[in-house]
Design a protein around this ligand. Structure first.
Ligand SMILES: C[S@@+](CC[C@H](N)C(=O)[O-])C[C@H]1O[C@@H](n2cnc3c(N)ncnc32)[C@H](O)[C@@H]1O
Length: 266
């Protein structure tokens, strides 16, 4: 049995492993996004903005399905990886480095998405409100914004959860550990640090890749509603416990995530 060998520098320096670890439900998630577009915007392919696109799983899949996609991410390594994947697959995409706290995008979109917890990098109410206003200003009338982030299933699990899953592509297996650090909780700002750790098994060797501890914000469902109302920019037209229109978020959903469907107000 090979001993794990530590690779330092953060998971984002290894976008290929990140892409494998996060590949899981992408097609179903894109089916959901397309169903939202068809129902609320129209049946034609749309202009889509992926905020914090990571290794580009949604953006690349949506481009394959004929949508015009634009995306940005804070990490240049991720952006480089997505552009290389798009070139290899001969897909037209526009992806650059950017920060969701100070968005500098151009264009008008039918759909914006901010998925898999990226929205929780907005740490203060002011940052959230400014962000909502900015996203709305880049949406066409009636355009949609889909957010997806962790909410605790039980109150005693706040900032105290560890998620773990495993994905395999070819001969590479990536185990993803998403660890929240209870020692970092700031109960006033409702923030704490979380960390991604990837364990990669490839070519008979096993390696651990440690992420950096990053401060994120806890946003509870009622608080999110209040922020959306306060922004005046959006109305909430759906709230789900998964990327599935038949599964609304309910008290007994036992889900660790809240997927919100927002529509730009006239
Ligand atoms: C958990 S990943 C999710 C990626 C992708 N949305 C997905 O579903 O696979 C979070 C991503 O947010 C990016 N990120 C973190 N802070 C950000 C910021 N301030 N602005 C833009 N992207 C950010 C990270 O680099 C990372 O790629």
């Amino acid at each position: 049995m090979t001993q794990p060998d530590a690779l330092t520098g953060g998971v984002y320096r290894y976008p290929r492993y990140y892409a494998i670890g996060y590949q899981w439900n992408t097609e179903a998630e894109c089916d959901f996004l397309e169903a939202c577009l068809a129902k609320h915007v129209g049946p034609e392919p749309a202009a889509v903005l992926d905020i914090g696109c990571g290794a580009g799983r949604h953006l690349l899949e949506l481009a394959r399905r004929g949508h015009r996609v634009t995306g940005f991410d804070l990490r240049p390594e991720m952006v480089e990886f997505v552009n290389a994947e798009a070139r290899n697959a001969e897909l037209q995409v526009s992806v650059s480095v950017g920060d969701l706290r100070r968005m500098a995008v151009e264009g008008t979109y039918g759909l914006a998405i901010c998925l898999m917890d990226t929205f929780r990098y907005l740490l203060t109410n002011d940052e959230i409100l400014r962000h909502l206003e900015c996203v709305a200003s880049h949406l066409q009338p009636g355009g949609l914004y889909v957010t997806d982030f962790w909410v605790p299933r039980r109150w005693d699990q706040i900032a105290n959860e560890i998620y773990q899953w495993e994905q395999t592509r070819g001969t590479t297996t990536v185990r993803v550990f998403y660890v929240q650090h209870p020692d970092s909780v700031d109960p006033v700002s409702q923030t704490f640090e979380d960390e991604l750790v990837l364990t990669v098994e490839e070519d008979g060797a096993s390696r651990d890749i440690h992420g950096e501890r990053t401060r994120t914000r806890l946003i509870m469902p009622q608080e999110f509603d209040a922020l959306i109302q306060a922004s005046g920019a959006f109305e909430i037209i759906g709230r789900f416990s998964d990327f599935d229109e038949s599964r609304p978020l309910e008290s007994d959903s036992q889900s660790w995530r809240m997927v919100s469907l927002l529509r730009k107000r006239p």
